[in-house]
Design a protein around this ligand. Structure first.
Ligand SMILES: Nc1ncnc2c1ncn2[C@@H]1O[C@H](COP(=O)(O)OP(=O)(O)OP(=O)(O)O)[C@@H](O)[C@H]1O
Length: 333
């Protein structure tokens, strides 16, 4: 492994690039602006996100990863090229190795396409690792032992639930419900209850600032701007944590239900391990206040939110770059 190797989290909501010995280089929304005529990326991350609703004719804002799959395979090569350029590894004599965390739902064809793209843009070797497994490594769990761990990775587009033992996923589920689905429910709830329109960025802001996943958490309130439906005029309104809780309760219930299904189908020996080890929550949505309490109450299993849950995949890549033996064992392609 060379010292300029890169770890890449190709997330639905966030792209994170980690460079060995330097740390996190990129941590930006997984959004790009594309010139429709040439199919080339003209803006990336925060810059592209700021362009939503303001693009000139011929420019489109797209999310290359959607619902945990690669929605725009033709852009992956350009993205990887961009990451390598940002990491300034191009002029070095040896090519970088890439460890890429990819959603568990991706098909073999998509994985092959990512690997081919990585090799085309000048990677020495590309190793693809499924997100729940790389997240478990990032949390610091020893996944090589015959000891079951349950990881729930709540991202932007998908929630991956996996029981991991002996370096592999024994049983897993993936649902297209996570942070972005919560934002949509918040928009609908506020429209229904207050006859007030807010955009996706405001809904996400509300979720992060005052959102809660458990009714017993403190109720906070905050004023946001939007549009009053009756008058059609710009206006502002106070929204509180109970509103957000009621809005996202349905999404939370489905995630908990899927987790319980995974637990029900887990072989008894591994169930016993999980009861001892607890459930680990990773991904940006694991930051939601009261989420661990909700999991504990509804599953009866102690639940821990990983430290820096949004960075678990990048941290996993970091650990794997120093552990080539484990990396070659768990890489899917
Ligand atoms: N403090 C917070 N409270 C609640 N949600 C949060 C918080 N911080 C970030 N999020 C949410 O986390 C989500 C992004 O998480 P993450 O970066 O792990 O997703 P991803 O890995 O890109 O997505 P996926 O795993 O679906 O591919 C967004 O929906 C964001 O709103």
């Amino acid at each position: 492994m060379a010292k300029h190797d890169l770890g890449i989290d190709l997330g639905t909501a966030t792209f994170i690039v980690y460079k060995k010995n330097e740390g996190i280089l990129i941590n930006e929304p997984s959004v790009v602006a594309v010139d429709k005529l040439t199919n080339t990326i003209t803006a990336f991350g925060n810059e592209a996100k700021a362009m939503v609703g303001k693009t000139p004719y011929g420019v489109e804002i797209v999310h290359p990863m959607q619902d945990g799959v690669i929605a725009y395979p033709s852009l992956i090569e350009q993205l990887l090229r961009f990451f390598i350029k940002q990491a300034k590894t191009g002029f070095l004599p040896s090519k970088p190795n890439l460890v890429i965390g990819i959603p568990a739902r991706t098909t073999d064809v998509e994985r092959r396409a990512v690997k081919d793209a990585a090799e085309k843009v000048g990677a020495n070797k590309a190793f693809l690792v499924l997100e729940p497994i790389i997240a478990a490594i990032g949390i610091g769990l020893d996944i090589t032992k015959p000891n079951g761990h349950l990881i729930v990775d709540l991202g932007g587009g998908t929630t991956d639930i996996a029981v991991i033992s002996l370096s592999g996923s024994v049983i897993s589920e993936s649902i297209k419900l996570a942070g972005e689905a919560m934002d949509i429910e918040i928009i609908k709830y506020i429209k229904r209850k207050y006859k007030f329109l807010i955009g996706e960025a405001t809904a996400e802001f509300l979720k992060k600032e005052i959102g809660k996943a458990h009714k017993d958490m403190e109720t906070l309130e905050i004023e946001v701007r939007g549009q009053d439906i009756a008058s059609g005029m710009p206006s502002s309104r106070l929204i509180n944590s109970d509103d957000i809780f009621e809005a996202i309760e349905g999404v939370l219930n489905e995630i908990i239900q899927k987790t319980k299904t995974v637990l029900e189908h887990t072989p008894p020996e591994l169930s016993a391990d999980i009861l001892k080890n607890g459930i680990y929550l990773a991904g940006g949505t694991a930051n939601l206040r009261g989420l661990a309490q909700l999991f504990e109450e509804r599953t009866g299993v102690k639940t821990v939110v990983a430290e820096n849950p949004q960075l678990c995949v990048a941290q996993g890549a970091w650990i794997l770059l120093d552990n080539p033996e484990l990396l070659s064992k768990i890489a899917v392609i």
